[in-house]
Design a protein around this ligand. Structure first.
Ligand code: NDP
Length: 248
């Protein structure tokens, strides 16, 4: 597929999987719109890709604000004429045991990991339906397939994201718009930095130390996203599960 004049909007683009996906598409000549809250990071990434074949721009966005998500899609359309791909990738994982009652963190995960996805879909869908074209991807997780201790809420949000994408795909079955959940296993990013429950953090660290797995890199997920959107238009890859080879 020729990515010149095609546009991808990526949330959670200031680090990790989102940043790596931005780099992948910029290399192919796409227009890339980065979205996240940390503006200085977005500016730094834009500057890094200034000489790439694609054009990279950004809009500081908090995905928990429906208005900001609408403004993000409007920005991308004004700047580049259309949105071909929306990658709902922003996410938080402050794992904790339920008895710790970290209500603020429960709320944040629900707001970012579920509502943020819905606001993205709601913002881009009218545009894609009008063109009868487009691809919406969301980062779910292995945690959207199986629940781990201290992960009741996080896994709940990732199950929800995956189910929302499945429902969206069914609603769009008579159109040419495609939908995909990306479900990674362990990826080496900043995601664990938000864990404030020491017991949950220690459990995760001990589990990783004992395991023989080599964690995935953001680039591995970017490659899966790139594969998915590059299929012929009659092929809709609805889900990709991708984990480190030695992750159980
Ligand atoms: P990172 O922590 O590196 O990236 C998370 C991104 O989400 C950042 O760019 C952050 O940007 C953004 N973000 C968080 N809150 C908001 C918000 N309110 N509004 C806008 N952006 C926000 O981790 P990953 O790259 O690993 O995470 C990306 C996705 O992958 C997440 O959905 C995560 O759940 C999922 N995932 C990750 C796995 C892993 O092992 N790393 C495994 C499976 C799934 P900023 O702070 O600038 O707003």
């Amino acid at each position: 597929m020729d990515w010149n004049n095609k546009t991808i909007v990526i949330t959670g683009a200031s680090s990790g999987i989102g940043e790596a996906t931005a780099a992948r598409f910029a290399k192919e000549g796409a227009n890339v719109v980065l979205a996240a809250r940390r503006e200085e990071r977005l500016e730094e990434i834009k500057q890094r890709f200034i000489d790439s074949p694609g054009t990279v721009d950004y809009k500081p966005t908090d995905v928990t604000s429906q208005q900001q998500m609408e403004e993000l899609i409007s920005f991308a359309i004004d700047r580049f004429g259309q949105v071909d791909v929306l990658f709902n990738n922003a996410g938080l994982m402050p794992l904790s045991f339920l008895e710790k009652k970290k209500v603020d963190e429960w709320d944040k995960m629900i707001d970012v990991n579920i509502k943020g996805v819905l606001y993205g879909i709601g913002a881009v869908l009218p545009h894609m339906k009008e063109r009868n074209s487009g691809h919406i991807l969301t980062t779910s997780s292995i945690a959207g397939h199986e629940v781990m201790p201290a992960g009741a809420v996080y896994c709940g949000t990732k199950f929800a994201a995956r189910v929302i994408m499945e429902g969206l795909g069914k609603e769009l079955a008579s159109t040419d718009i495609r939908t995909t959940s990306i479900s990674p296993g362990v990826v080496d990013t900043e995601l664990m930095d938000s864990i404030s429950d020491d017991d949950a953090l220690n459990m995760m660290k001990e589990g990783l130390a004992k395991s023989e797995m080599t964690p995935l890199k953001g680039e591995d997920i970017a490659e899966a996203v790139f594969y998915t959107v590059n299929q012929p238009s009659h092929v809709d890859v609805n889900e990709i599960i991708i984990r480190p080879t030695k992750q159980g």
